[in-house]
Design a protein around this ligand. Structure first.
Ligand code: C5P
Length: 279
């Protein structure tokens, strides 16, 4: 049995540049992995089987892990079958990249279990066939992404930072948030200046998808206001939501609400030639 953790991500900033002819959006975003993890186990089996601790997650061809397994076999012509089990901690429909991370972790694991037939660069290019965010999870965890998210420039990891992820009981659909977005109404901020500021230790956090997500879901905007009123200083939607990340200052008023899931986490990165570890 082979076990790997699978981290969540946040977008420290997310700028949408334009809608492309292929329906995707050109973006410029600083992605960061965080210490909120799923755990995946891989075991050779007579036939494929996918199981998950969360009954609401589909365990068939719709699951990106299944897509990663099929794609890896197709690309390498290595015909092994696996039982893959997902211990789910990362909430779904949250903008935290849980499904994409699971798919990237699967590509990495299968490559290890097959004596590395593919380079990391090959795995990253295969990952882009699964989804826009999947290649990022094969980097070391702090990456400036452009294109539809698949053109990647690894950058220096930020200073350690405690954050809180706040996930309401409702989720948001990524395609719906992108579809509702009016690019012409966005503030023109230069993403390269935002990146430079981050690298110089003067981070700005923002997300161009907030306006669209809040139009679709006013209660998501109300939650942001509530967190700001509870002295959370930085409260930014992660990806297409519905989770927010909050940079902790220690001055926050504790929130106790059964309708919210709160996860304390840190920024995390992996070393070259080593997968993510939970310590
Ligand atoms: O690539 P992925 O399958 O994760 O994208 C899900 C949906 O999010 C796409 O179908 C598209 O509607 C939207 N999207 C987008 N531009 C991106 C990434 C995603 O419009 N750069």
């Amino acid at each position: 049995m082979f076990t790997l953790i699978s981290p969540a991500k946040i977008n420290l900033f997310l700028r949408i540049i334009r809608r492309r002819d292929d329906g995707f959006h050109e973006l410029a975003s600083l992605f960061q992995t965080i210490s909120l993890f799923d755990r995946l186990t891989f075991e050779r089996a007579k036939q494929d089987q996918l199981t998950c601790t969360d009954p609401s997650i589909p365990c068939d061809h719709r699951n990106l892990v299944y897509k990663a397994l099929t794609l890896f076999r197709q690309k390498t012509q290595i015909a092994h079958s696996y039982h893959i089990h997902i211990e789910k901690k990362i909430p779904a429909e949250a903008g935290l990249g849980g499904g994409s991370s699971n798919a990237a972790t699967t590509l990495y694991a299968l490559n290890e279990l097959s004596n590395r037939p593919a380079s990391l660069e090959q795995l990253q290019s295969w990952a882009a066939e699964i989804g826009s965010d999947v290649p990022f999870f094969l980097t070391q965890g702090t990456t400036y992404c452009t294109g539809r998210g698949d053109i990647m420039r690894p950058v220096k990891a930020p200073s350690p930072q405690s954050i809180c992820i706040v996930k309401p009981e409702w989720g948001l659909s990524t395609p719906a948030v992108y579809k509702n977005l009016k690019v012409s109404e966005l503030i023109h901020r230069d993403p390269l200046i935002a990146l430079k500021n981050h690298q110089e230790g003067l981070p700005e956090y923002f997300n161009d998808l907030e306006m669209s997500a809040f139009q679709i879901s006013p209660k998501t905007e109300a939650l942001q206001k509530r967190l700001l009123n509870s002295k959370y200083k930085t409260v930014v939607l992660s990806g297409s939501g519905s989770a927010f990340f909050c940079i902790l200052t220690g001055k926050e008023t504790p929130i106790i609400d059964p309708q919210l899931s709160l996860y304390q986490a840190e920024f995390t990165n992996r070393k070259a030639n080593q997968w993510y570890t939970s310590t």
